[in-house]
Write a protein that binds this ligand. Structure first.
Ligand SMILES: NC(=O)c1ccc[n+]([C@@H]2O[C@H](COP(=O)([O-])OP(=O)(O)OC[C@H]3O[C@@H](n4cnc5c(N)ncnc54)[C@H](O)[C@@H]3O)[C@@H](O)[C@H]2O)c1
Ligand SMILES: O=c1ccn([C@@H]2O[C@H](COP(=O)(O)OP(=O)(O)O[C@H]3O[C@H](CO)[C@H](O)[C@H](O)[C@H]3O)[C@@H](O)[C@H]2O)c(=O)[nH]1
Length: 340
């Protein structure tokens, strides 16, 4: 079985990718410092090495010990406002982490890398939907550090024969459809997680940041991609590299935008109850709309998303969040308390 090192595999997206690798017959090995990830997100039987991806010695030893043939690199810091408040920590983790990883790949002779990048590299795009070849002008340290990591990987590739696929994710949401994993961070800030919290009675309302954008209903528009589809895009990228495919930088979204109000309506449909909201001023640094040109990932990698619907994304997110709520609040289970 082909062994694949998954950095950040105890986190939200990395954890889903570990499941997709297992489902596809690969042997994932997780390296995670558990700074935001959780030990119990790693499935039984999957080796977990607790440590920092910037520790090139540790990573090289891990690659050799497990005879890894490729790396999926998810480990990073990723909260945009936090990156504005703590830019040095973000540059250290996202750039020095990638540097340590690349050094260890070169030392251990591992030449295939799938990298977690982000639509935050684009900043506020001039033309929508966004193609991969437009100029990248990130507007926060998170996006800037990810763009720098992409460039670092490009330089390492040119000098050391490493091949890579960088996937620029748009708005990742949802949870494993089989309920095995999902977003575990407390204190949700993302829209869908926040709206689920409101539907489950864990918060009073959702704040809608701006209703005066130049969008169909005035609220912000995003391209939401289901985390399980994103995970299979990683497996497709891995196959491409294992089959000798060349370097790629690809958007990962569905190519369709949904407004904040449309998301709230979808959560209301899934929960069967209303989600109170209040309109507030725009959130600083938010682009009005961000939608991918997402043909490349389908055409070049043969990616076939199967959860490509806002209702599906929201339904799986709500089901996952519901498991952490009081039983009586679980969607579709009005009598749950009686059975508890
Ligand atoms: N969540 C999103 O909406 C989104 C969007 C675009 C891109 N991304 C990218 O996807 C990747 C995964 O994000 P996520 O949402 O799963 O976040 P997450 O916080 O759930 O996962 C990150 C994981 O990396 C680990 N980690 C962080 N720094 C580390 C280090 N130095 N050494 C070892 N492990 C470390 C954490 O403990 C955690 O398990 C990140 O690279 C992020 O930039 C996420
Ligand atoms: O409580 C909330 C939260 C969000 N929003 C709005 O909902 C939309 C989505 O916001 P999220 O916070 O869910 O996600 P972002 O688009 O800000 O950012 C996410 O997607 C980006 C790529 O598109 C980056 O990857 C980034 O790291 C990741 O957090 C935006 O219009 C935002 O203003 C609200 O109205 N209320």
């Amino acid at each position: 079985m082909t062994a694949v090192l998954v950095t950040g595999g105890a986190g939200y997206i990395g954890g889903q990718a570990v499941l997709a690798l297992l489902d596809a017959g690969y042997a994932p090995v997780v390296l995670d410092d558990l700074s935001t990830g959780l030990r119990d997100a790693v499935p039984p039987g999957v080796p977990l090495v607790v440590g920092d991806v910037a520790d090139a010695g540790l990573v090289a030893r891990t690659l050799r010990a497990h005879r890894a043939e490729a790396v999926m690199h998810f480990a990073a810091s990723l909260v945009v406002p936090e990156s504005v408040a703590h830019p040095l920590a973000y540059w250290r983790n996202n750039l020095a982490g990638t540097l340590g990883l690349l050094e260890s790949c070169v030392a251990a002779g591992v030449r295939r890398l799938v990298f977690s990048s982000t639509a935050a590299v684009y900043g506020i795009p001039e033309v929508l939907p966004v193609r991969e070849d437009v100029p990248c002008r990130p507007i926060n340290p998170y996006g800037a550090s990810k763009l720098a990591a992409e460039r670092l990987i490009g330089d390492a590739s040119a000098a050391h024969g490493l091949s890579f696929v960088a996937l620029r994710y748009f708005n990742v949401a949802g949870a494993d459809p089989a309920g095995r994993t999902g977003r575990r961070r407390p204190a949700a800030t993302h829209l869908i997680a926040t709206a689920c919290d409101a539907a489950l009675g864990r918060r009073d309302s959702v704040t809608v940041y701006g209703d005066d954008y130049d969008t169909p209903d005035g609220t912000g528009v995003r391209d939401y991609v289901h985390v399980a589809d994103l995970a299979t895009a990683h497996v497709a990228a891995l196959r491409h590299l294992l089959e000798g495919g060349g370097n790629l930088t690809l958007n990962c979204g569905y190519g369709r935008g949904h407004s904040v109000l449309a998301v709230l309506r979808a959560v209301e449909r899934a929960a069967g109850r209303s989600v109170p909201h209040r309109i507030a001023p725009r959130r600083p640094g938010d682009p009005p709309a961000l939608v991918a040109v997402a043909d490349g990932v389908r055409q070049i990698l043969g990616w076939r998303p199967v959860h490509d619907s806002l209702d599906r994304i929201v339904g799986d997110a709500l089901a996952w969040e519901g498991r952490r709520a009081a039983p009586s609040l679980l969607p579709g289970r009005p009598n749950a308390r009686a059975h508890a």
